[in-house]
Design a protein around this ligand. Sequence first.
Ligand SMILES: [Zn+2]
Ligand SMILES: [Zn+2]
Length: 325
Amino acid sequence: MALADVTDPAAVNKAIAEFDALGREVFLEKYGFRPAKDYFVVVDGALYDSKAIAGVAHLHQHGILMSADEFSGGNSTVANRLAKLGFKVTRPATSPNWSVDELMLALDLYLRTRGQIPYNVNAKIVTDLSAELRSLRVFPDHVRASPSFRNPNSVSLKLYNFSSIDPEHEGQGMSHGGAGDVRVWEAWAHRPSDLAQAVALIRARGESDDSPTDTGEIEEYEALEGQILFREHRRYERDRKLVDRKKKSVREKTGRLACEICDFDSLDVYGIEGVIDVHHIVPLHKIGESVTTLSDLVLVCPTCHRVLHKHRPIITPAELRSKRS
Ligand SMILES: [Zn+2]
Ligand SMILES: [Zn+2]
């Protein structure tokens, strides 16, 4: 028995029809196949696990099921065989991993449409999100120009990935999401209205041409809010006028410029005044249209500032101060 014996497109179509009739889970279980991760036959926008389809096509053509352990080649061999018979097959994308910003947009869509619709690759919400992600300035233009980048297949799969980590979702999803999917789920899924606000801000800023922040810094911190919101946070914190006003007001009140968390004062230690950052304490998605006031800012030394941004779950300056040993 060999995959090469599957030569009849009609046998493949029969397998697909049975998949449709039984539903994915029953079909896979009936024939003993595990859910596919990346390789799917695409028919009218619906996805079919390619190995299972090939094995069952063998049954329809030759009367014997080709079971999962009888496949000798890898998934790409299966994909090649089915492609030869005229079927469209998805392959793992060569695109970069999803950024946090992109995952937030996808999760927001998932939560708003949860349980209502299958994420068919032709569905308008899927093609719309695909187009939006392709225009979001998170990856360089040449990466986003690739036709496979965040195409409807990959968007559809991502939405199914979220359904697989959604405890309210019945039945299994397409495949288990990656660690990034889970982190974004844990950070945002329980507060959908915050996420919606954050996503609105990402949308508003994501196509702007603002000069990117130093990327090392973004990589270090992007885990929670994504690059676009982090960049925006930095923009507030580096607003010269605001920073100068804050320092002036603190100096007038306290006579010095010390870290509000650990009390480090560069003037005392090194004889140089003002080696200190300003941290914006209101989460960006909560700012909305309101204007930042001096009380939204705290003076923190660079070390405490890093800790504030790295701490998970998010922590306020007051909480961080109380944690110091
Ligand atoms: Zn400090
Ligand atoms: Zn900060």
